[in-house]
Write a protein that binds this ligand. Structure first.
Ligand code: AMP
Ligand code: ZN
Length: 488
């Protein structure tokens, strides 16, 4: 498996630190508002990456923090006359709920910054002792960037270049404009915790370093986030962890490209800002995921409602193909053509190999999905050509391959199909004296009664059956292999 490491700018052969195990950390959200679809792009990308690592046989431990103390949360709380803890709790719950709605797997470990103050203070103390950090008179603690010879390696920056434009803001007591806060002295009315430097709260970069070390142990295999986090956030996390524990921080850095809306940066003022929750009110999670999968995770992703509608249609086409294959296999009649069946099985094997090769090439989900779009086209052609005489083995090989691939990617082809209505029992009883309690059997009885009525040219009876079914929200679909009932 090859993974692009953004700190070396190369695709590298992935070698986990511990054979068969992957420890990965993806920075979580700052919980001050509903997450937007840009955030969702990053979280869904890492969900797909995690799912593929699991499908490849790795035992993956996935940690993701919640940043539940931060200026943005404090500002929001002040605007709304609430406490920062209330705001953080509300949006933590909303985040967890909407991630599940998007079929993103829960992390194995979900630490909250406010519950990890002790380990953060421990890390800061150690950095001071080792000469990498200093406490200022006002109670802030800063990391001394020039004390870290490898500073800049994560994001490919040079310390001298960073000096251009670097400033010390009012109220900061840094020795060097490049230094960043590990601990911020409390201001009146802000949440704070006691520390050796007085009441205060941790800086954002401090959280992830301390939590990744505590829950995964450093170095970790994979550290991820959106590309906007590479500098300064990831650079600063890495500087603290390497200077504190001297083991390196992350072997592979992965960064997702930014989501754009109709080619533009998403922003509230442009009116092109969408939360994940509002998108999922209008469209399925599966369609959103499919849309995202069709662009490589490192490239910018162009979101539009038209593209999402297109993904919805593609999804329908794929799901229908799978259903038709299963139906054709279960209702096959006549001698199947062996050559055609062998060709379909070969096509399914080819799609599977292409899918795997694409995913192993830095999680090229666009290539992986394309392989199965191609198979859907071939399967549809096959079904058209063979009519009722489908080869069951070939149909099942194909349907299982398609359903399996999309399931690995976390794309549900159909929400669990609704059962046919129980009312069919009454219709079957009225039409043919059916006395059983199986709705599926009742459906067969009704379809047979209708076929008999049509064969006898009793159109009134056939129409009456159709009307009764329509009143239950059902339609009859006539296919080459027979008729079936479907929800309208
Ligand atoms: P934040 O809560 O701002 O730290 O963002 C949470 C995650 O979403 C981070 O990994 C960000 O890099 C990522 N992110 C923010 N905006 C976008 C965007 N437009 N496209 C993709 N990822 C984004
Ligand atoms: Zn982080």
């Amino acid at each position: 498996m090859k993974i692009y490491n953004s700190s070396t700018h190369r695709k590298e052969d992935f070698q986990p630190i511990e054979e068969g195990k992957v420890r990965m950390y993806v920075c979580g959200p700052t919980v001050y508002d509903n997450i937007h679809i840009g955030n969702a792009r990053t979280f869904i990308s890492f969900d797909v990456i995690r799912r593929w690592l699991i499908a490849s046989g790795y035992e993956v431990t996935f940690a993701q923090n919640l940043t539940d103390v931060d200026d943005k949360i404090i500002n929001r709380a002040n605007e709304q006359g609430r406490t920062a803890a209330e705001v953080a709790e509300e949006f933590s719950e909303k985040f967890i709920g909407v991630m599940r709605a998007a079929n993103v797997m829960d992390p194995d470990i979900r630490p909250r910054a406010t519950k990890e103050i002790g380990p953060m203070i421990g890390m800061i103390k150690s950095l001071i002792e080792q000469g990498h950090a200093y406490a200022a008179d006002n109670g802030d603690v800063y990391f001394s960037v020039r004390s870290d010879p490898s500073y800049g390696e994560v994001s490919g920056r040079n310390v001298d270049d960073l000096m251009v434009g670097a400033r010390i803001a009012a109220g900061e007591e840094k020795r060097d404009p490049l230094d960043f806060a590990l601990w911020k002295a409390a201001k009146p009315g802000e949440p704070s915790w006691p520390s050796p430097w007085g009441e205060g709260r941790p800086g954002w970069h401090t959280e992830c370093a301390a939590m990744a070390h505590r829950y995964l142990g450093t170095p970790i295999d994979i550290h991820g986030g959106g590309s906007d986090l590479a500098f300064p956030h990831h650079e600063n996390e890495c500087a603290q962890a390497t200077c504190c524990w001297h083991e390196g921080f992350a072997n592979t850095w992965m960064h997702t490209g930014m989501l754009l809306v109709d080619g533009e940066k998403m922003s509230k003022s442009l009116g092109n800002f969408f939360t994940l929750a509002e998108v999922l009110e209008k469209h399925s999670a599966a369609a959103l995921r499919l849309l995202m999968l069709q662009t490589h995770y490192r490239s910018p992703l162009d979101f539009s409602w038209e593209r999402l509608e297109g993904a919805e249609n593609s999804l329908e086409r794929i799901a229908t193909c799978v259903e038709n294959l299963v139906w054709a296999a279960n209702h096959a009649s006549g001698e199947p053509d062996a050559d055609r069946a062998a060709a379909l099985i070969a096509a399914a094997e080819h799609a599977s190999a292409e899918f795997e090769a694409a995913m192993n090439d830095d999680f090229n989900s666009a290539g992986a999905v394309a392989a199965y779009f191609q198979l859907v086209t071939e399967a549809n052609t096959y079904l058209d050509e063979v009519g009722g005489a489908a080869d069951a083995e070939a149909c099942f090989a194909c349907s299982a391959g398609i359903a399996g691939a999309f399931s690995i990617l976390g794309v549900k082809l159909r929400e669990p199909k609704e059962e046919l209505p129980v009312g069919l029992l009454g219709v079957a009883a009225g039409l043919a004296g059916y006395t059983g309690d199986s709705v599926d059997e009742a459906a067969e009885v009704i379809l047979t009664a209708r076929a008999e009525a049509r064969a006898a040219k009793d159109w009134a009876c056939a129409d009456a059956i159709r009307d009764q079914l329509r009143d239950m929200g059902l339609v009859i679909e006539d296919t080459a292999a027979g008729s079936r009932l479907k929800r309208a």
